[in-house]
Design a protein around this ligand. Structure first.
Ligand SMILES: Nc1ncnc2c1ncn2[C@@H]1O[C@H](COP(=O)(O)OP(=O)(O)OP(=O)(O)O)[C@@H](O)[C@H]1O
Ligand SMILES: [Mg+2]
Length: 327
């Protein structure tokens, strides 16, 4: 029997109410459906990559997974327990076990704190260690993310560090509390291309040695291919496709995944990336849900695609696509 997945997500939705005058359109809804009914599991010790274009709900989903947001519907089970039933000490224990890394390292670390203080803070909140040994833990964490000599970084302020160094501090801070689950929201997208690999390799190595269960959010399918066991492609708040990374990227089934892959740069000067077709009607997650969210941009759109939302259908081993071509 296989162990229960660490994270089980079922029918998860997050709707944001719209300010009436601003976005409300005749016939439109009152809500923006940022996450619109997603279900998936994350096996223990594995890494899940989440990709999809800007605004498709990746960050909202990440924040739901670590309970920085409350779902509008659906549920998340973490280690077998409904996340939203947690309160008091059990919620605090969850906050220790699940950590998040943010896209912009300059926003993630308080600019008025020294690096040492930023790293001490989680130890104090979670009452880890003793006042006497906490600084040793901070120095060890800085060493672990290859910021050395660690002593030189303890008294530095965030603005004195490069983006890459600061993202390593963000990783060190997440690791201070010995988490089992790490959600990294675009952890390297703000960094220079030349230093991305170093930070990614470090994250990958630490996740492996600590047997962390991880979620990496990225626009960049090359990153997902490099780091993640499984890949989930989102489109307008829904799961378009999910499965083992080599399977999803080599045998993409959803027309949206196929377009994303075709548009990703390939090292061939003769290759011209096909454009993802734009439509007059820019797809939005506002207004009544109808049919497939991708229908207006899909080269294979059929009548049924306008009538009904496609269910996730099995298209390979552990590989699912939400497309009427396979339903
Ligand atoms: N607090 C909020 N209130 C209202 N709308 C929100 C809020 N947070 C996100 N949204 C909207 O929800 C949708 C999904 O946003 P989200 O930040 O999750 O997308 P994303 O996939 O992370 O995009 P990006 O790749 O640009 O980071 C967007 O349309 C966004 O404008
Ligand atoms: Mg985001």
């Amino acid at each position: 029997m296989t162990a229960e997945p660490l994270v089980q997500v079922e029918g998860l939705r997050k709707y944001f109410p719209l300010r009436r005058s601003l976005w409300r359109r005749p016939g439109g809804g009152d809500y923006l459906r940022a996450v619109d009914g997603v279900s998936f599991e994350i096996p223990r010790g594995s890494s899940l990559g989440i990709a999809g274009e800007s605004g498709c709900g990746k960050t909202t989903l990440a924040r739901l997974l670590v309970r920085l947001l409350t779902p509008s519907a659906g549920r998340i089970r973490f280690d077998g327990v409904d996340l939203h039933a947690l309160a008091g000490p059990r919620l605090l224990a969850f906050r220790r076990r699940a950590q998040m890394m943010f896209q912009n390292p300059y926003e993630a670390i308080n600019p008025r704190f020294t690096i040492g203080r930023a790293l001490l803070e989680p130890l104090v909140i979670h009452r880890i260690g003793t006042p006497g040994d906490r600084m040793d833990r901070v120095l060890a964490a800085l060493d672990q993310v290859h910021l050395s000599p660690a002593e030189a970084f303890v008294d530095a302020f965030p603005h004195q560090l490069s983006g890459g160094q600061l993202q390593r501090v963000g990783l060190a801070r997440a690791l201070m509390v010995d988490p089992v689950f790490l959600v990294a929201d675009e952890p390297v997208s703000m960094l220079d291309v030349s230093i991305r690999a170093g930070v990614l390799n470090l994250m990958k190595e630490i996740a492996r040695t600590r047997r962390l269960t991880t979620v990496y959010i990225s626009h960049d399918l090359a990153l997902v291919r490099y780091v993640c066991d499984a890949t989930m492609i989102m489109y307008l708040g829904t799961v378009a496709e999910i499965g083992p990374t080599p399977e999803v990227l080599a045998r993409a089934k959803h027309p949206y995944t196929q377009l994303l892959l075709a548009a990703a740069p390939v090292p061939d000067p003769g290759h011209r990336a096909p454009e993802i077709p734009e439509t007059e009607l820019v797809p939005t997650p506002i207004g009544p849900a109808r049919g497939c969210p991708f229908v207006d941009r899909c080269p294979h759109a059929m009548a049924v695609c306008r009538a009904a939302a496609p269910p996730l259908a099995a298209v390979g081993r552990g590989h699912y696509a939400a497309c009427h071509l396979y339903a």
